[in-house]
Design a protein around this ligand. Structure first.
Ligand code: HEM
Length: 507
């Protein structure tokens, strides 16, 4: 036999021995799960490859119970009591994000630029987050309201213009959310709403790159040899200059916007966008390095090679879809809005403060985001080196452990026997203790130390936009299909929400 065959057999034997060693790893070997998952990672990848991760993870837990070994070193948990342990402020801070998140960091000026979202080192993360945390606080939200209102106004005008025609509401809310966040970030709309289209395929191109995360995210050790490899990326750009580079496009826009702001600095612009506030902060707290500035601003626009506003768009779609499909909830919400209007409790553009005083609206938003959370994948963390006891099971250090929002949100012991139904009332009727449990199990924005920093922005956008639309329009399902279509590529995207808008005759 040729020596090369011996070499091949040797490598295969080493690989199989390693598979067996991992499969029999103490602490993991007694956990339930499919046999193949103990040996190979392919089983876990197969749960996400088809774009149906939420459904697949639900099936896995229905079959094997709340703690399942889904990969050689991977454990999926569907028990709410695991959330504070894995993600909480105390113990959770020791559970670091896995190298899955590495696949989401962009390159800037030749090196990887981890963001507040992707940075895994707790100290670096803390330093990165510190200068911007206040800009995302509840009290700062009023600074962004005018930017949301400008976009809402354009949206309403367009819907009046398109009244009675079937429109793709899914695409429209994506354009809306994208223009709003750009406006809030550096006072510039990309113009999707005005042009009523995906200009230069900006959204389509980013969507395509997201599929990279879907596949390579399951094998993150390959990333440094693929899009995480500077030489390879440069070579590809040189060989195929016509290939779109959507991330670079947004980084370039961000550079231009910083330059535009700095050029206008002498003028009193009255700007209250993110960039203006950061620059103002610098004058008090000291200069923010240009690279960090780029990092923070671009991180508002793009996330994990996808669109940051995608999660808001997913949530808006869920809101409108479930409302249209649940007439009793739709009528109740419109009645609440009309009553508030009649009693003079609403401004021309409903303010953030006003929307927080509409309890049924808040329950609708919560319920829509429970049934259809924006992030569909497991939120992966590593068990700290010393190991940890989760739900009574001792897991060894280094285990990749996760909870998945679409799975935990279906827990009947938390959300009731009708957990699969859209019933906003559950958030209003629950006893205080039970409501706390529901809140603690609500994973749409993550939890604990690495919880979503942009949560207030999204709640502001949705809380103002949904009632403003229902105040002015009746919405009617206009698709030949009965239901939407969904695809999970980290974000849980929907399509096929074809709707007709009818003006309600109010100005
Ligand atoms: C409905 C809309 C949104 C949803 C559902 C959502 C969801 C999430 C989730 C699940 C996480 C935690 C991920 C993890 O633990 O692995 C997260 C983190 C984060 N989100 Fe959001 N997000 C939304 C909107 C936004 C917006 C509008 C921004 C910024 C403009 C934003 C910025 C961030 C950042 C920077 C992090 C990382 C925070 C940290 O690690 O300290 N998000 N988001």
């Amino acid at each position: 036999m040729e020596p090369v065959y011996y070499l091949g057999i040797g490598i295969l034997a080493c690989y199989l021995i390693d598979c067996f060693r991992t499969a029999l790893r103490p602490g993991l070997r007694s956990l339930p799960g499919p046999l193949s998952a103990r040996f190979f990672r392919f089983y876990r990848s197969s749960l996400v490859f088809g774009g149906t991760a939420p459904e697949e993870y639900r099936k896995v837990h229905e079959q094997y119970g709340p703690i399942v070994r889904v990969g050689p070193n991977h454990v999926s948990i569907a028990d709410p009591s695991a959330i504070p342990v894995i993600y909480g402020i105390g113990t959770g801070s020791k559970f670091l994000k896995t190298n899955f998140y590495n696949t989401m960091s962009p390159f800037y000026q030749g090196t990887v630029m981890p963001s507040v979202f992707t940075e895994r080192d707790p100290d670096v993360h803390r330093n990165l987050k510190r200068p911007v945390a206040q800009l995302f606080s509840m009290t700062n939200m009023r600074n962004y309201e005018p930017y949301a209102d400008q976009c809402t106004s354009i949206f309403i005008d367009a819907m009046r213009d398109l009244e009675g025609q079937p429109i793709d509401l899914g695409a429209w809310v994506q354009w809306y959310a994208f223009d709003v966040i750009a406006c809030m970030t550096f006072q510039r709309r990309f113009g999707f709403l005005e042009q009523r289209r995906d200009i230069d395929s900006m959204i389509g191109d980013l969507d395509a790159v997201l599929h990279y995360v879907k596949i390579i995210g399951q094998y993150p050790e390959l990333h440094p040899h693929l899009l995480g490899n500077e030489t390879l990326v440069r070579t590809l750009k040189w060989l195929f200059p016509q290939l779109p580079d959507p991330l670079y496009r947004f980084l370039k826009i961000t550079e231009d916007e910083i330059a535009r702001y700095d050029d206008q600095q002498g003028e009193k612009t009255g700007r209250t966008d993110f960039l203006a506030q950061l620059r103002e902060k610098e004058s008090k707290d000291g200069q923010i390095p240009y690279r960090d500035m780029m990092n923070h601003l671009s991180n508002n626009i793009v996330e994990c090679h996808g669109i940051r506003s995608d999660t808001t768009a997913v949530s808006l779609r869920a809101c409108f879809y479930y409302l249209i499909k649940t007439p009793s909830a739709y009528e109740k919400l419109v009645a609440e809005i009309d009553e508030a209007e009649k009693t003079g409790k609403l401004s021309n553009f409903i303010s953030y403060e006003e929307c927080l005083r509409l309890p049924y609206l808040q329950a609708v938003l919560k319920e829509a985001m429970r049934l259809h959370p924006g992030v569909a994948y497991p939120l992966e963390r590593y068990v700290p080196v010393e190991g940890a006891t989760i739900c009574g099971v001792e897991l060894p250090g280094g285990t990749n452990v996760s909870v998945t929002a679409p799975v935990i949100h279906m827990d009947k012991t938390v959300y009731g026997e009708d957990a699969e139904s859209f019933r906003p009332e559950r958030w209003l009727e629950a006893e205080p203790e039970h409501l706390k449990l529901m809140e603690r199990s609500f994973l749409t924005f993550g939890a604990g130390t690495r919880t979503c920093i942009g949560k207030n922005i999204s709640i502001l956008e949705m809380g103002k936009f949904v009632p403003q639309i229902l105040r002015h329009f009746d919405l009617e399902w206009a698709s030949a299909l009965l239901e939407w279509k969904t695809e999970a590529v980290w974000f849980w995207k929907q399509s096929g929400i074809i709707v007709r808008f009818k003006w309600r005759g109010k100005c």
